[in-house]
Design a protein around this ligand. Structure first.
Ligand SMILES: [Zn+2]
Length: 411
């Protein structure tokens, strides 16, 4: 394992970015296409079979002693959000590359083939759908879910595919079967503050939280802010505030289950300084790996809504935007990762992932594992995103041990 070599390749990869602060390498753009070509070249230099599949995933395969055996796969993504950091996704893909280089250097032969996968369009920034590449691979993508997707410049996904030398009508060909995989592993930056604050080098993810999302429309009575005495008001924003604070308090009480709740969108209408708010639209995002805990938060939220409606004489309507199950990581993989951490004295903790990752879709195909390394100040999706090379090195060492254990070295 050569961290300097990985650093150089990762920095080169990050030269493929459109202008502006941070990294701008959005899915299916020309810049991302060039980055994929660069990546492909690196794997080809290592003597691997490399292909781009029907959804734009890059798959590099190092044959095993027995090519009929299922693959041990490792991967992440190289597409980015707008004004992204340098490490989100890229660390996981470059880890795969470094493992291959290291295996080649040591002339290691494995029983099982090893695949490195760079998943297409993991970020939802361009087309509004996240983890598209791994969804397609796991057979979780319906043609009707994607046929109407467009970006902010009204470019359709179909046209973006064509620019990428892909045919959207053939996307189903990216689907693979469970039989092809023995296991999947992903190394990713945490994108949160926990590891750094607890002084841990490694986070072994137990499950990936599913989101439950609602829009709430709170209707009161818009009126003159000067002439409507306090006792005569039906202020929608004050109702929304009560709902928001109640949501915070129930989520706090569910902290031991790692459930979190957020209201990230609040639109006040008509939105005048001299008008008592008549309507407020909220977007609520509740996430957790415990379905029971999430349910408890939702129930409390709707009880609060009823009581706020009564006490403030407001009308609150809701519609559910999403309710996705959480995904467990493989218990065997978790145990094996723990064992490696223990024997190498890596400071680690078990933790949930609040964010979605490609590993959650790959978990449909095979036992999957997800490992986090610390993010400085918990910052991500931001040019300030930072993980030290030393921290990355620990992550790679763990991945290397796990991949070799799973793929089995031929003595
Ligand atoms: Zn990512």
């Amino acid at each position: 394992m050569n961290i300097k070599r990985l650093q150089e390749s990762l920095e080169k990869l990050n030269e493929y970015t459109d202008g502006g602060p941070g990294i701008n390498r959005l899915a299916y753009t020309n810049t991302e296409k060039q980055a994929k070509e660069y990546l492909k070249g690196l794997f080809e230099q290592e003597g691997l079979m490399v292909k781009m599949d029907a959804v734009g995933n890059i798959i590099a395969r190092r044959e095993g002693a027995n090519p009929d055996l299922s693959s041990v796969a490792i991967g992440s993504h190289i597409d980015s959000v707008y004004e992204a950091g340098r490490f989100d996704g890229t660390v996981g893909v470059m880890t795969g590359l470094e493992l291959i280089r290291s295996m080649n250097e040591q002339s290691i032969t494995t029983e099982h083939p090893v695949e490195v996968i760079s998943f297409a369009s993991e970020e939802s920034s361009r087309f509004g759908m996240a983890t598209m590449g791994s969804k397609a691979m796991a057979g979780l993508l319906n043609p009707e879910d994607i046929s109407d997707l467009t970006d902010k410049d009204d470019i359709s996904l179909k046209d973006a595919f064509r620019e990428h030398s892909l045919d959207i009508d053939k996307m189903h060909e990216a689907r693979r079967s469970s039989r092809e995989f023995k296991s999947f592993l992903e190394l990713h930056i945490e994108q949160g503050p926990v590891l750094e604050n607890e002084d841990k080098q490694i986070g072994i993810v137990t499950g990936i939280a599913g989101p439950t999302r609602f829009t709430l429309q709170i209707s009161g009575q818009a009126s003159h802010s000067g002439t409507t005495p306090m006792g005569y008001r039906h202020d929608a924003l004050l109702g929304a505030s009560e709902v928001a604070l109640a949501l915070e308090s129930i989520a706090h009480s569910e902290a031991s289950n790692d459930t979190v709740a957020t209201i990230g969108v609040c639109e006040v209408k008509p939105g005048g300084m001299n008008i008592v708010p008549g309507e407020v639209d909220l977007k609520v995002d509740i996430r957790g790996t415990s379905a029971a805990s999430r349910e408890k938060v939702v129930t409390y939220l709707f009880n609060t809504i009823k009581s706020v409606e009564r006490s403030r004489q407001l009308t609150i309507t809701s519609s559910k935007l999403a309710d996705e199950p959480s995904v467990d990581m493989s218990e065997d993989t978790i145990a094996s990762l723990q064992e490696i951490c223990d024997s190498n004295d890596y400071a680690y903790r078990l933790m949930p992932s609040g964010a979605g990752h490609d590993a959650m879709n790959m978990a449909r195909l095979c036992p999957a594992g997800l490992v986090f390394i610390p993010s400085k100040n918990g910052v991500s999706h931001n040019p300030e995103e930072f993980t030290s090379w030393e921290q990355i090195e620990t992550g790679i060492n763990l991945m290397e041990s796990q991949v070799l254990k799973s793929a089995k070295i031929v003595e």
